[in-house]
Design a protein around this ligand. Structure first.
Ligand SMILES: O=C(O)C(=O)C[C@]1(C(=O)O)C=C[C@@H](O)C=C1
Length: 357
């Protein structure tokens, strides 16, 4: 058998791509029909449980060599573009553009959703509460820097529900106009990335002043107008602000993850591998900490996090935030939450949502 040439293989690839494109258009026309049915019955256009079912089915049957992770990324974009044909989906995120929240929002919703940056975490809540966006995305905790207390505080007065969590691995990039380390006379970034790259900066740019600015995106913008400055920012900022990568992955700690929450008006459907977030305040009594955990311990419910925040309206009183494994519709969890109410001033279920892997 004669060996195929590069030209032969490329021709075959072109034919396969033609077939893929044809199939994508066939799929899109079915989705448009689904959209018409939904408009008639006034049902939700975005159905995360159906999307999960598609990813799981395809990843389960994929025999390779196309990588399984890529199956999800490719189909996320196909579904994101299909959904946009049914109805435009607006998602508000804590901006500006090119921040890690922006990247996490793109990772979760795909590139065809309309992503709208907001100036503050309360502004994200407001966009969703007023119905101007279907969902909002906000950071809630970083594996090295801890909780974003502002996000937790917002749940005290809001009725919005947590619909999903996104785990995003954070990598910091040193960016500049020239891409040459010897041109750098100043480094700009937000205080958190600066703290996360402190050792790298001390070793590699020991005498260069570091300036703390409002966000990594502001840093990238400053650098786009100054040849002697460098920014610590995301990879996305490099393409958005036309900057060169001087060094990649300069964070001191490996495994630096940020957890983001997707908030919306409705409770998410059960996926079979869920988490539930609760918020409650306890009465000031002896042994109360023991009593508030008892309903969960005796039912063998796994708690994954407990945080306390001072109740702003009253000194020395606290609000607790609790994450547990399972869905609020599971009978054991519903019973435990009911029992918790007997020792609490108030209990609020912030949402049950699929656990991020
Ligand atoms: O099955 C649906 O309900 C659709 O709207 C189609 C589709 C898809 O592209 O497969 C698109 C968006 C939904 O979030 C889920 C699935």
């Amino acid at each position: 058998m004669t060996k195929k040439t590069l030209a032969d293989l490329r021709k075959e690839i072109d034919t396969l791509d033609d077939r893929l494109l044809e199939l994508l258009n066939e799929r899109a026309s079915r989705v448009i029909e689904v959209g018409r049915l939904k408009a008639g019955s006034k049902s939700d256009f975005h159905v995360p449980s159906r999307e999960r079912e598609i990813y799981e089915r395809l990843q389960g049957q994929n025999s390779g060599p196309f990588p399984n992770e890529a199956v999800k990324s490719v189909f996320r974009e196909i579904i994101s573009a299909s959904l946009a044909l049914e109805a435009p989906m607006k998602v508000a995120f804590f901006g500006p553009k090119a921040t890690f929240t922006h990247m996490a929002t793109m990772q979760h919703f795909g590139l065809s959703a309309e992503l709208v940056p907001q100036k503050s975490i309360p502004a994200v809540f407001e966009e969703v509460e007023k119905g101007r966006a279907l969902y909002g995305v906000i950071p809630v905790e970083n594996s090295t820097e801890g909780m974003v207390s502002h996000t937790l505080d917002m749940f005290m007065d809001s009725e919005l529900k947590i619909n999903a969590e996104i785990l995003h691995e954070i990598h910091h990039y040193l960016l500049s106009r020239t891409g040459r380390i010897e041109d750098i006379k100043k480094v700009c970034s937000h205080q958190q990335p600066i703290a996360q790259c402190r050792n790298w900066l001390a070793e590699n740019l020991p005498n260069v002043p570091v300036v703390d600015v409002a966000s990594t995106a502001v840093a990238a913008q400053i650098v786009s107008e100054d040849y002697t400055a460098a920014a610590i920012a995301s990879e996305l900022a490099a393409s958005m602000y036309d900057l060169k990568i001087v060094r990649e992955r300069i964070e001191d700690q490996v495994n630096n993850f940020t957890r983001f929450l997707v908030i919306g008006k409705k409770m998410a459907e059960k996926s079979g591998d869920d988490k539930t977030s609760l918020m409650f305040s306890v009465k000031d009594e002896v042994g109360i900490l023991y009593h508030m955990l008892e309903p969960f311990a005796k039912r063998g419910i796994n708690l994954s996090k407990i945080e306390s925040r001072p109740l702003k309206k009253k000194a020395w009183e606290y609000i607790f935030f609790l994450d547990l494994m399972g869905h609020i519709s599971d009978p054991a969890i519903a019973a435990a939450v009911q029992e918790l109410k007997s020792c609490c001033q108030f209990v609020k279920v912030l949402g049950s949502y699929p656990r991020a892997k």
